[in-house]
Write a protein that binds this ligand. Structure first.
Ligand SMILES: C[S@@+](CC[C@H](N)C(=O)[O-])C[C@H]1O[C@@H](n2cnc3c(N)ncnc32)[C@H](O)[C@@H]1O
Length: 825
């Protein structure tokens, strides 16, 4: 069935690309001229407001001032400065990582895009959005800002040509100047901090970097902060209280640690208490608050008397005999009522002083650790709450039986849930007997999980034996949702969107302890149970919504569950359960990923080859060198010796030593242990390497550097590493499971498929016939997903041939060879 997707908003589109670290396929890097260098172009019409590309790089905050030498002037062309949340930030895109945002050039007269901030997982990202329609073939540009960049004068006055390097040097602001600018802007910023602490909209963009200045964010008001969008607000408002949030680069990892800790404590049954959020600054008051006029007062009883005429409750209390227990109890209740109203206001506004009953110096007290008693409404430290409840006179009047500690805390948390007013009593009871922690908090605050709880309690609620089962089911799903927070998914309505399906798969694998190397699960039954519950949740979602778009999305998600879950999760989980080990990921999607990877490397190599032929620069040289090394490395099963190949061994090769086909040659290189290792090269790779060698000197490779894959950094010993290159390109190639492409134990299989993809038509036909099947001898066929089956089978046979176990396939045609994980395409 064709997948029906709601079109993403530009912001969602940006977020998806940020998270996946991908660029759009219709964008292309092109070398323009030696003055401008490279630029970014589109093959497709881009509509106004569309998200185009992220200016991706390493982010750092200027509080951690980087040593100057790390950001040498030559790299400053790729530094983008901006301020966010009262701090100065910089995206350093100087690494030649093939990301495309870093290649967008400046146009201060008629740019077709603008730069905006998009907040993802608590960090700012710089994204380029179209401001007008951009036609195919047009260059993507935005206005770098108001600085007097030298290229602008050349453009305006048609000045004489200068080398790109000259411009790099002259257009750069030295690092210390930049820091001075930042110091000024941050002191200006701090003056207004009190007023606009958390107000992104008022925030000044002090982009004092060399290539971009403050005007770069042309549309400050339209900057996108997704903490305000439904999927972000909910989580962030509890995790990052407004005003106090001073983002540091490692914020995300902190929250990850917290999540992990929560999971751990769940697994080991630790009785840690969960405290959901904390306001910006907790201070406490000794005053009491009047529930009538809201004032904070020191002499509370005396003040209350003033309202006796207007408030019958006050009159009633003062009519009771002085010092009587009853009078004291009533006055206490009235005092708590005012304090409760006041505290709610403080927590809501995130400012003010909390009124807590009996703060103990021995117990750390903060807004995070304080909660209101459900019965008398007094605020106590969580740790003291149960003690208080066991004595609380208001509780005794309502419920003579002292509830257990877990129940007390769970009920308090439940009362704080935003759905507390609407919970059916069966669900309330179920929730209040759940362990009180971050997972139960997530469950009690998710609309669809509450629906699931209702469905389960209605179905099994009468059977006491099933209560634990229901709680477990809910906790499994709560744990999943908690883990999905890491991927910016905060509620189950979003979980069951088709665009999130693969994130869900990855997360389920994570929490069920999937081991990449052994292809097995630690907790296979958890993976299976979550699969069932997801389908159930989809059915529930369909029954509670009348929103057509949501229905369509949910149905598509269910279809994905039906078609792909088994292949991606259950098969391996079932195998793990029965003690079997699946040695490779499901073959068909894996082989498809390999095709994607192969095609990506091929295209990247072609584009880098063209660029290097036209333009000799270290960047272009580096691009071709790294893609070639990635190709040689995969073809040679990730052998570490490949990276260390010497120029000499390549130059002294014997082209006559062809193997497998006329398109492959073998070079014998000496390994560390003085043994010869064979390195296989295709004729295309030989051409790329020959081109690289011819440009070594002009692109900055040291003349004494002996390595074939030397870095163009004038060092006599630096070299690129094959593993790093494979990792980088496998992430960029849009494979569904890039991690499989990096897996050491799959290298052999990957290498086989790469060899097959390199064969020419006649050879492929020949090979197919040899293998007993007359497959179509069209090379392009092997680029189609349908060919994945054949490729997988041929690779399997070649592998068997290498192991000497081909015998077991004797007499079988390709059709009869079985591939693990195969399902009808
Ligand atoms: C972020 S990089 C853009 C990509 C760059 N053109 C390249 O080849 O890598 C910024 C540098 O590109 C060059 N540049 C950007 N816009 C330009 C323009 N309109 N004319 C000439 N050079 C430009 C400047 O050297 C600038 O420092």
């Amino acid at each position: 069935m064709e997948m029906q997707k709601r079109p993403l908003t530009p912001e969602e589109d940006a977020l998806e690309h940020i998270v996946a670290r991908r660029d759009k396929p219709f964008l292309e890097e092109r070398f323009i001229d030696s003055f401008k260098g490279r630029g970014l172009f589109t093959h497709k019409t881009i509509e106004p407001s569309t998200f185009v590309v992220e200016y991706r790089g390493n982010i750092f905050c200027h509080k951690d001032t980087r040593p100057r030498e790390e950001c040498g002037d030559t790299l400053n062309n790729y530094l983008y400065e901006f301020s966010w949340k009262g701090a100065n930030w910089c995206i350093d895109a100087s690494e030649e990582d093939r990301s495309l945002g870093r290649l967008v050039n400046d146009d201060h007269i008629s740019p077709n895009c603008e730069m905006r901030k998009v907040v993802c997982e608590g960090k700012p990202h710089l994204c380029i959005f179209a401001v007008k329609e951009i036609s195919p073939g047009e260059e993507i540009t935005y206005n770098y800002g108001d600085s007097s960049y030298l290229w602008r004068s050349r453009e305006s006055f048609g000045g004489s040509s200068s080398s790109n390097t000259d411009f790099y040097a002259t257009s750069s602001t030295p690092w210390n100047e930049m820091l001075e600018d930042l110091a000024v802007s941050s002191s200006e910023q701090s003056c207004s901090d009190d007023d606009d602490d958390d107000d992104d909209e008022d925030e000044e963009v002090t982009n004092s970097g060399p290539s971009h200045d403050s005007d770069s964010f042309t549309n400050i008001n339209s900057q996108l902060d997704f903490r305000d969008s439904p999927s972000f607000t909910e989580f962030d408002s509890s995790q990052e209280p407004s005003g106090s949030f001073m983002l540091q680069p490692d914020d995300a990892s902190c929250s990850q640690q917290e999540d992990e800790a929560a999971l751990d404590s769940d697994e080991h049954g630790a009785d840690e208490e969960y405290t959901p959020s904390e306001p910006k600054k907790t201070s406490f008051t000794s005053k009491n608050y009047c529930y009538v006029c809201g004032k904070g007062i020191s002499k509370f009883a005396r003040h209350l008397l003033k309202h006796a005429d207007e408030e019958p409750d006050i009159a009633e209390a003062f009519a009771l005999p002085k010092f009587s227990k009853e009078r004291k109890r009533l006055l206490d209740r009235l005092r708590n009522k005012g304090n409760y109203n006041h505290n709610q206001e403080v927590l809501r506004n995130n400012s003010g002083e909390l009124k807590v009953r009996r703060r103990q110096t021995t117990v750390a007290t903060s807004a995070k650790t304080c909660v209101h008693c459900l019965y008398c409404k007094g605020m106590f430290n969580r740790k003291n709450m149960w003690k208080h409840v066991s004595r609380c006179t208001s509780r005794k009047m309502l419920n003579p039986e002292t509830p257990g500690k877990t129940r007390v805390l769970s009920e308090i948390a439940l009362a704080e849930s935003r759905f507390s007013q609407q919970l059916p009593s069966g669900v309330w009871n179920m929730f209040s007997t759940m362990k009180h922690d971050q997972i139960s908090f997530v469950v009690q605050n998710d609309y669809l999980l509450i629906q699931l709880a209702q469905y389960l309690t209605e179905k099994y609620g009468n059977n006491l034996n099933k209560h634990e089962y229901i709680r477990q089911k809910l906790r499994e799903m709560g744990r999943l949702l908690l883990a999905l927070h890491e991927k910016s998914i905060f509620n189950f309505e979003d979980v069951i969107k088709p665009q999130n399906f693969y994130k869900v798969v990855e997360t389920v694998k994570g929490i069920a302890g999937f081991d990449e190397k052994n292809q097995g699960y630690d907790k296979p039954s958890l993976a299976l149970k979550i699969g069932h519950s997801l389908k159930k949740l989809c059915r529930i979602a369909l029954s509670v919504t009348d929103d057509n778009e949501q229905m369509r999305d949910t149905k598509t998600f269910m279809t994905l569950c039906t078609k792909e879950w088994s292949e991606l999760v259950s098969q391996t989980a079932v195998a793990s359960l029965s003690g079997r080990r699946v040695n490779s990921p499901s073959t068909i999607p894996f082989t498809r990923d390999m095709q994607t990877f192969y095609r990506y490397l091929e295209a990247a190599s072609a584009s880098a080859t063209d660029s290097l032929k036209m333009h000799e620069s270290p960047q272009v040289y580096s691009a071709l060198c790294r893609v070639t090394l990635a190709q040689v490395s995969v073809l040679n099963k990730g052998a570490p010796e490949v990276s260390k190949m010497t120029l000499k061994s390549f130059q002294e090769r014997d082209d006559a030593a062809q193997v497998l086909s006329k398109h492959f040659i073998r070079i014998n290189i000496l390994s560390k242990t003085s043994q010869y290792v064979a390195v296989l090269l295709t004729s295309d790779l030989v051409s790329a390497l020959t081109l690289l060698i011819s440009k070594r000197m002009t692109c900055g490779v040291h003349e004494d550097n002996p390595f074939l894959f030397a870095k163009p950094d004038f060092s006599a010993s630096s070299l690129y590493h094959g593993g790093n290159c494979i990792r980088a390109f496998s992430s960029l190639c849009r494979a569904k499971n890039p991690e499989h492409l990096r897996s050491v134990h799959l290298q052999k299989h990957i290498a086989r498929v790469f060899q097959i993809l390199n064969l020419e038509n006649d050879e492929l036909d020949h090979l197919a016939k040899l293998l007993g099947h007359n497959i179509r001898a069209d090379r392009d066929y092997y680029r189609l997903p349908e060919a994945a089956v054949e490729l997988a089978k041929i690779a399997k046979l070649l592998l068997a041939m290498e192991k000497g176990s081909l015998e077991r396939f004797k007499g079988n045609s390709l059709d009869e060879i079985e591939i693990e994980g195969m399902c009808p395409l």
